[in-house]
Design a protein around this ligand. Structure first.
Ligand code: HEM
Length: 403
């Protein structure tokens, strides 16, 4: 338990509704305790945009080599792990994956993403109500990332099942049970991927796993275990977060700014702006780092070895950066300055892919459906699930009108 930072123990937001909408607490913290030390969890917390950005950029002061973390996925310490490292070592590890996420590759993947979206939306045709989470937001990212890695997409339910467990938040009272489930899942996931990696070593294909097999780190190829762990990292990273983005886009269109859907129908070039505003407005994430040296900063003294949590969702509503920050506004200039994909050396490698998936999905949806509406009696709290990156929707029934 001492290795894990329990996010909800810091915010003390207990009810599902409060965890889904932590924004009033964020505001209170920004205004009254922008730099706050939580004695129970033993971590510093920062809520302002400039502070969060500094924590993410300044790797000499705020290291990603840490013994404790908010991330609920079991640790995978190996020499190729991109996450728990700092520059310059981090640059070499990141380069392994960065080759896969070039703009050229992204362009090549576009028709594959479009085909998956088309298939999912065709299955929705002729119906009055569809479940946006179960029928689009869950299957799209897991199918895309499985295909790109070169893992059979027919196994997507199994992959999704495993990554849900790996991302399950730890709870104080059920810590050991959850840890055991995660360890078992990690074993099962590795066992599943090993033979796939071994096969690709013999017969490389045009996919990310094959690229990783052939990549070199400090003059040496990665071994099977390192390829498997990187594969699990990508299968997880590309999944839960993008599902949350897609679900929240529909929630924002129906709840945060009803009517915006019609605006998109009239001008589909606005779709990327909507995606960006959802990332700014409705993405309650937090990122952790370790203080690398004693320092006086943000008006406080931080000690080497202490942890710092940058509350990204709070920073993204900081009035000093975003005018009328509590308003959802797709026309906001500069909404792309949000920190939902992080910032600095660890900036999300998959951001262009996530944006592409979201924009293709919504543009295609808007072309096919004339309007959308909330189903009668919809209560968000009945549709929430716990998730490592904040509360998210496990289902979202929506009324649709054919174009
Ligand atoms: C809406 C979707 C996504 C969000 C909000 C998101 C968010 C983030 C954030 C905040 C970080 C930085 C973590 C830190 O600084 O410690 C990150 C890193 C990363 N993300 Fe994403 N992500 C998304 C989608 C994806 C996808 C689709 C992939 C790949 C398939 C991906 C792969 C990665 C990788 C490999 C890193 C580590 C980069 C590094 O440490 O250098 N992400 N992501």
């Amino acid at each position: 338990m001492e290795k894990t930072i329990l996010q909800h123990e810091i915010s003390k937001l207990r009810s599902r509704q409060a965890q889904w909408e932590p924004f009033a607490w964020y505001k209170e913290m920004r205004e009254n305790s922008p730099v706050y030390y939580d004695t129970e969890q033993g971590v510093w917390n920062v809520f302002l945009y400039e502070h969060a950005k500094r924590v993410l950029f300044d790797h000499q002061l705020f290291s990603n080599k840490k013994e404790r973390s908010l991330i609920p996925v079991p640790r995978n310490d190996n020499r190729s792990n991109v996450n728990s490292s700092d520059p310059p070592e981090h640059r070499k590890r990141r380069a392994l994956l960065a080759k896969a996420f070039t703009p050229r590759n992204l362009k090549e993947w576009e028709p594959r993403i479009q085909a998956i979206v088309d298939e999912l939306l065709t299955d929705m045709e002729g119906r009055e109500t569809v479940d946006i989470v179960k029928e689009l937001a869950i299957p799209l990212p897991v199918t895309v990332i499985a295909e790109l890695l070169g893992v059979p997409s027919k196994d997507r339910s199994q992959i999704k099942f495993w990554s849900d467990i790996l991302f399950l938040p730890y709870a104080k009272d059920a810590y050991h049970d959850i840890a055991e489930r995660k360890a078992q899942t990690m074993e099962d996931f590795c066992e599943y991927l090993y033979p796939i990696v071994q096969e690709k070593r013999k017969h490389p294909a045009d996919d990310i796993l094959s690229d990783l097999i052939q990549a070199e780190l400090e003059g040496e190829r990665l071994n099977d275990k390192e390829v498997v762990l990187n594969g699990i990292g990508l299968l997880g990273a590309g999944n839960e977060t993008t599902t949350m983005l897609l679900s929240n886009m529909f929630y924002s269109m129906l709840v945060d700014q009803p009517g915006v859907y019609r605006e998109l129908r009239a001008d589909m070039s606005l779709v990327p702006q909507l995606t960006e505003e959802v990332l700014r407005y409705r993405f309650p994430a937090a990122i952790d780092r370790k203080v690398a040296q004693d320092t006086d900063i943000f008006g406080h003294t931080m000690k080497k070895g202490q942890m710092v949590v940058a509350w990204i969702g709070a920073a993204n509503r900081d009035e000093s950066q975003f005018h009328d920050a509590e308003e959802f506004d797709i026309h906001r200039p500069g909404n792309h300055k949000h920190l939902a994909f992080g910032a600095g050396p660890h900036f999300c490698l998959g951001a262009p892919l996530a944006r592409k998936e979201a924009n293709i999905a919504l543009t295609t949806f808007v072309k096919r459906f004339a309007d959308i509406g909330l189903v009668e009696g919809f209560e968000v709290t009945e549709h929430l699930v716990d998730s490592a990156v904040g509360q998210s929707l496990k289902s979202f029934p929506v009324r649709v009108e054919r174009a």
